[in-house]
Design a protein around this ligand. Structure first.
Ligand SMILES: C[S@@+](CC[C@H](N)C(=O)[O-])C[C@H]1O[C@@H](n2cnc3c(N)ncnc32)[C@H](O)[C@@H]1O
Length: 383
């Protein structure tokens, strides 16, 4: 039988039983440890050792493309730690087959039959396969991922979901990652993994000619990520945007048929000025107060400068936010050289938000985030 598998019960997997000896050189796993595939952005490369230390994780393998295989004592403790906010995506491992798929004619068939035996009666809502090195210019493993998914869909009982975007974030999906290091699979909910796609959130290209600024990609990714937790505001909803210029995010919001009040001292790009649904307020945010009868379904804040000033502005204008209104907040971090400082900043910002009646929904590092995190809040009280 190809591969060596761990096993799982209930919502969190049980101990991973064994791995082939060629897969790692670190000490062997104890029976109580669990394996997890994590994806960490290059932004946080410098703090990976500190992350491992804080999470009690041992690195079993490092892959090109930001993926790492870790062993941890408790997956849930890892998930619950603020440190996991610096992990873009994670998947508990229930089946690992360390091998070189390119050297095996029968890889896809053997993988499919083994997966069927192991997961066929586990009723995943969907099954998706990704490449372990997604940014590789060599399309070989992307094609293999696609072929493997095709074969798995033939052998598995029919699943209710076929489209990544249609997944229920709370139902388990069988995610598989394939690369020249072999096959790495886990059955978990997209919410737990922190992304609908195998490997995380959809990456938005930045260099599209008609994009006003690369910041536009961040709000597209943020709205996509939000689906793990709640539905996005409906079309025609009103957004108050703080730090809007030159208008990359505004452009994306308008394209989704939202109405936007864009506040910034800087000038908006002519490609958005005058568009239906847009009100431009060219002033300092500190001088902007929504009129008492104005209200918004959402606030977007991408102000640069101190995150404490930014959250204070959000807290002040959130009086005009309707109940269950959404806040998408880009938290600008100083260069991340150790975890203490960003964790302390994130904690303080979240306390300030909570005091303003803004409940944290999620915190993540999106593919287009640089030295920053994206935080999502929901207004608890109000109109
Ligand atoms: C990262 S840029 C915003 C990019 C923008 N979200 C986009 O999509 O193109 C940060 C913006 O915050 C604005 N900003 C910073 N502090 C401000 C303040 N106190 N009042 C108004 N605008 C401010 C800057 O002028 C700058 O345009």
């Amino acid at each position: 039988m190809p591969g060596l598998s761990g096993d799982e019960e209930g919502s969190t997997p049980g101990p991973f039983l064994s791995m082939s000896s060629d897969s790692e050189s670190s000490p062997p796993a104890t029976s109580s440890e669990q394996h997890v595939l994590v994806r960490i952005s290059a932004t946080f490369e410098g703090v990976v050792d500190e992350m491992k230390m804080r999470l009690g994780a041992v690195e079993a393998k490092k892959f090109p493309g930001g993926f790492r295989l870790w062993r941890v004592a408790s997956l849930q403790a890892m998930k619950d730690s603020t440190v996991s906010s610096f992990i873009r995506w994670m998947l508990p491992m229930h089946h690992i087959w360390p091998c070189n798929p390119a050297k095996m004619d029968t890889f896809i068939e053997k993988a499919a039959q083994t997966m069927l035996t192991k997961f066929g009666n586990r009723s995943p809502q969907a099954l998706f396969v990704g490449a372990l090195n997604p940014s590789s210019p060599d399309p070989y493993y992307k094609l293999m991922a696609s072929n493997l998914r095709g074969r798995l869909k033939q052998v598995f009982p029919e699943m209710p979901v076929n489209d990544v975007e249609m997944q229920d974030s709370n139902r388990k999906t069988l995610f598989c990652m394939v690369g020249r290091e072999g096959l790495y699979c886990g059955l978990e909910t997209p919410k737990w993994c922190n992304g609908l796609y195998p490997g995380g959130t959809k990456f938005m290209p930045h260099d599209t000619e008609d994009m006003v600024s690369r910041a536009g990609a961040k709000i597209v990714e943020a709205l996509h990520h939000l689906r793990l937790f709640r539905s996005p505001p409906k079309e025609q909803s009103r957004w108050l945007e703080l730090g809007a210029a030159p208008g990359g995010m505004t452009q994306e919001l308008l394209a989704r048929h939202y109405r936007v009040t864009a506040v910034d001292t800087g000038a908006m790009d002519p490609r958005v000025v005058g568009k239906p649904g847009l009100i431009v307020v060219k002033k300092n945010v500190s001088e902007f107060t929504p009129m008492p009868d104005w209200n918004y379904e959402a606030v977007l804040c991408d102000l640069n400068g101190s995150p404490f000033d930014s959250i204070a502005h959000v807290a002040r204008v959130s009086k005009a936010l309707l109940r269950k209104g959404l806040v998408v907040f880009t938290l600008k971090l100083p260069k991340v050289e150790s975890l203490d400082e960003p964790i302390s900043i994130i904690g303080s910002v979240e306390v300030d938000a909570a005091e303003a009646g803004l409940r944290l929904i999620a915190r993540t590092h999106l593919p287009s985030n640089r030295n920053e995190m994206t935080l999502f809040f929901e207004k608890t009280g109000g109109r």
